[in-house]
Design a protein around this ligand. Structure first.
Ligand code: KG4
Ligand code: ZN
Length: 337
């Protein structure tokens, strides 16, 4: 290994992906290995924490070895270890954190706890390969979260709005379950929605009180349920339901994101989280940013989903600024921004 590089190891185990990555700098990733237990959750139409945890325990050593091999880096060359502290499933987080603490203690290297949601925004920056202009707005749309943040710089974030009930990815998953489309719901709803006719149904868009940057997606979930169970359900093609569901969710996300960008006088918008893999959302974010003269940074598809590259990248950023954590930090299932 080239002795001038300072490899930082990143570990991500907050949900159903066991992932280890190695960054050679703030913007460069040498390896990013992701193993998902998703297929084992399919028959339950949602993540079963116990199953996710068991797979993390089984996979973590293999994934670590593979990430080191792919990066051509020896464990003893690692200069710091960063790890997702939260939010996420508590048992799942503990697997990654225990591994990170063991490596930090045994090698005598710094440990850097990272907020998973912050990692999702860092993924946008890593994919784009450039530092955005600040101030920026960050939009996180995942299975567990829907949040808007003000970014004064890479490591200075302030929460502006979040969901008051379901996350938008969760709404996709629940609507898909009602429509019998399986888990995860996002990709199958996106596929069907592309064939659906617009404005055939007319779900209510929930914008909450004036000026609010919070979200609420529990109403749209119930609306889909009522429609599917209703008397004339058979006459409505599933594609039309998916189209209207997706349009309803994205109308709200785009409008709230616009408000947040204007309020923050944002020069850039960073989006991340599983739902940011959706092509229609990406298209609409681009239209918004082109219209408002904002620079848009979205992750490549694989980096929209959970991965450790974003944790290693952010870890490397903090390592270079000597922002280390303590070995006795605790996992935080509900970690705030
Ligand atoms: O960020 P992520 O991988 O895990 C969490 O941290 O939650 O996000 C997973 C979520 C799931 O709810 C899934 O249905 C959604 O992202 N998702 C999508 C798409 N691909 C994944 N939602 C809409 N369209 C997609 N193409
Ligand atoms: Zn995530």
């Amino acid at each position: 290994m080239n002795k001038s590089i300072m490899p930082v190891l990143g570990i991500e185990t907050s949900c159903d992906e066991t992932s280890v990555a190695i960054a050679s700098g703030e913007m460069s990733i040498l390896s990013n290995v992701v193993v998902s237990s998703q297929r084992f959750h399919k028959k339950y139409a949602g993540i079963v924490p116990e199953i996710a945890c068991r797979h993390h325990v089984e996979n973590i050593n293999v994934v670590l070895d593979k990430a080191l091999r792919q990066a051509k880096v020896d464990l003893s060359d690692i200069k710091a270890v960063s790890v997702t502290q939260g939010p996420g499933l508590i048992g799942a987080l503990l697997v990654g954190i225990s591994m990170a603490k063991a490596i930090s203690y045994c090698l005598g290297i710094p440990i850097i706890p990272v907020n998973h949601l912050h990692g999702h925004l860092y993924a946008a920056l890593l994919s784009a390969g450039r530092v955005p202009r600040f101030p920026a707005t960050g939009l996180i749309v995942s299975g567990g979260h829907t949040s808007l943040v003000e970014m004064k710089d890479i490591d200075n974030l302030r929460l502006m709005g979040q969901t008051r009930d379901d996350a938008c990815g969760e709404a996709f998953d629940k609507a898909a379950r009602v429509l019998g489309l399986g888990y995860p719901g996002g990709p199958s709803i996106e596929r069907l929605a592309a064939k659906g006719r617009p404005e055939k149904i007319g779900f209510t868009r929930s914008y909450l009180e004036e000026g609010s940057m919070d979200f609420s997606f529990s109403g749209i979930k119930t609306a889909v349920l009522n429609l599917v169970r209703g008397a004339d359900a058979k006459s409505i093609p599933a594609a039309d339901i998916c189209r209207e569901f997706q349009d309803t969710v994205f109308d709200v996300i785009i409008e709230k994101t616009r408000r947040c960008c204007l309020k923050n006088r944002s020069k850039s918008l960073l989006a991340g989280g599983g739902v940011s893999a959706n092509n229609e959302l990406r298209r609409r974010l681009k239209v918004l940013c082109d219209r408002e003269g904002i620079d848009l940074l979205v992750p490549v598809r694989d980096m929209s989903l959970d991965n450790a590259a974003m944790i290693a990248g952010l870890g490397s950023y903090r390592y270079n600024r000597k922002k280390f954590g303590r070995l006795d930090f605790a996992a935080m299932a509900d970690m705030p921004f």
